[in-house]
Design a protein around this ligand. Structure first.
Ligand code: AKG
Ligand code: FE2
Length: 338
């Protein structure tokens, strides 16, 4: 049986020219068609995967007071803990709790003439009661970054570009982000996270053994049920923009597990530098004729300026952070609810 969401083995990249060529063709087809695939052969071990899920489980088991002490609303960089129902997607609350972690850097000093997104740079918030969490999650972030870079290079090759075609827009100062997420059981099928596209280049997601993730395909929702040992990869808006819509950032969502169950996931969003502008790559003629142009949603404009795009989506998702730290920007056109 062929699956709608295929399994691709990254190890094929290093198995000789003919295997590599068919891998790149399969990668391009998967990314263009459904925009989602399972990645095997990525080199991250089962015990590393179990380790990060167990770290996530330990975090969510902390008393509420420990988690709320590092609430995201404290952070103008959108880092930290969001309680269940605290994030909005499509204007509606998501039934999940999560910890957001970005790249750890010193905040930039406030300069009114600097673009607003410069306020996104800064430290993470870590729970005092779980001192080992920082190293565990940053180690995961580093490992998955390596896989994401290999994949992005493969995407460049598959579009007939040099391997390093995207390098200048992420190297030195990338803006990766990851989360640990818990979907508590409740009214099965309700909004765990509402339908959305991801904003970066690529998302690499580790899910536990529980179902709930779905991708939109041809107007229907298709289950992306867990396959042990794989990561789920999907295309983000930056790759859609760069490829003039040849590659698709696909809409996806997570539904609430049944009462008594819970689902854990660890998404990693591979992003570009905040100061980058997304180039339009020149596709070979046979691909260019199939490029649809990036999907344009008048309610959710996409910006080629990475920092502006990131800030827009953070402000929409976290209105409490927006009110506390970005009140001066609210009311600007691109920040309307989306
Ligand atoms: O938890 C998941 O499986 C997916 C989460 C997701 O799509 C997101 O946070 O962007
Ligand atoms: Fe997503």
């Amino acid at each position: 049986m062929t699956r709608l969401v295929p399994v691709l083995d990254l190890a094929r990249l290093d198995q000789g020219p003919s295997e590599r060529r068919t891998f790149l063709a399969d990668l391009r087809a998967a990314a263009r068609d459904v925009g989602f695939f399972y990645l095997a052969g990525h080199g991250i071990s089962q015990s590393e995967e179990n380790g990060v899920l167990s770290a996530a489980r330990r975090f969510f088991s902390l008393p509420d007071a420990d988690k709320l002490a590092i609430s995201m609303v404290n952070s103008s960089q959108f880092r930290g803990y969001t309680r269940t129902g605290g994030e909005l997607t499509g204007g509606k609350p998501d039934w999940r709790e999560q910890l957001d972690i970005g790249v750890e850097r010193e905040p930039l000093s406030r300069d009114t003439s600097a673009p607003a997104w410069t306020r996104l740079q800064g430290p993470n918030q870590w729970p005092k009661a779980l001192p080992e969490l920082r190293d565990e999650l940053l180690a995961w972030q580093q490992k998955v970054t390596g896989v994401a870079i290999r994949l992005l290079e493969a995407f460049a090759l598959s579009l007939d570009q040099p391997k390093d075609a995207f390098e200048t827009i992420y190297s030195d100062r990338p803006n990766h982000r990851m989360k640990i997420v818990r979907y508590p059981g409740g009214k099965a099928g309700e909004q765990g996270v509402g339908a959305h596209k991801d904003g970066g280049f690529l998302t690499l997601l580790l899910q536990d053994e529980n179902k709930g993730l779905q991708v939109e395909y041809d107007g229907a929702w298709v289950d992306v049920d867990p396959i042990p040992g794989t990561l789920v990869v999907n295309i983000g808006e930056l790759l859609e923009l760069a490829s003039n819509g040849y590659l698709r950032a696909t809409v996806h969502r997570v539904t609430t597990p049944p009462k008594g169950a819970e689902r854990l996931s660890v998404p990693f969003f591979f992003g570009a530098r905040l100061d980058a502008t997304i180039p339009l790559i020149t596709l070979p003629e046979e691909l260019a004729v199939q490029a649809l142009g990036p999907a344009s949603d008048p309610g959710n404009p996409l910006f080629r300026d990475v920092g502006t795009n990131v800030l827009k989506s953070r402000l929409r998702s976290h209105p409490d952070v927006a009110q506390r730290h970005y009140a001066d920007l609210l009311g600007q056109g691109f920040l309307k609810a989306g």
